[in-house]
Design a protein around this ligand. Sequence first.
Ligand code: IPE
Ligand code: IPE
Ligand code: MG
Length: 234
Amino acid sequence: MDTTPKTVAIIMDGNGRWAKKQGLPRTAGHKKGADRVRDVALEAQRRGIQKLILYAFSTENWKRPEDEVSYLCKLPGMFFNTFIQELMDNNIRVTFAGELERFPAGTQKTIMKAVNQTANNTGMELCLAINYGSRREILLGMRKYADQVAKGERANDITEEEFSNYLFVPEEVDLLIRTSGEVRISNFLLWQIAYAEMIFTPKSWPEFDEAALDECLADFAGRNRRFGGLADEN
Ligand code: IPE
Ligand code: IPE
Ligand code: MG
């Protein structure tokens, strides 16, 4: 039986606290976190995960001080400028979830370049959730559907499977990981995690390496997913 999760989502938390512990500014934690994105994405690809969704910036993160927000807005651009070749070499396809419009033009351009350049890659999909909020995602999907119904393009008979296609992320999440000890979802993939297995690790994101991902995958492989039914042995 294949016990590898198809879709894995990670709430990459704890960059700021990690930096503070080292006596560094919070931005140093974010920079270190970007290196971990590279390591963890390559390991996920090696392990046969089909889609890795990484929560990089939430719709609520705009509340942070201006200098931190400004750094976080530049980070995806910096990340792709550094690692795009490696992503290409590993056949990884880049996508994003969220609304890019609020980001600086340069960042939007670099992200779209990475998306376009990797569009024909056939390996793992690396999906960056940026300016992403799950409630907003559901609301936007609902508005789009309501518009189609109002225009008479669709009957009011949508199914759960069909509604998934109105979201930024249509897949079910098999495994959700949150680093840094917080046990909450913080507006991430609310629809998609209905039956996800969850792992909350005390490790901060800058400390979360390939071995840490492997440990989570081993934990997942031992879980008994029932989806409301009964276990196989019953
Ligand atoms: C995660 O680390 C990165 C983002 C939310 C953008 P944090 O910046 O939340 O770090 P902590 O939780 O304050 O330590
Ligand atoms: C969640 O982390 C968002 C990301 C990792 C991008 P936060 O640090 O923003 O979440 P809260 O504020 O602790 O819930
Ligand atoms: Mg945090």
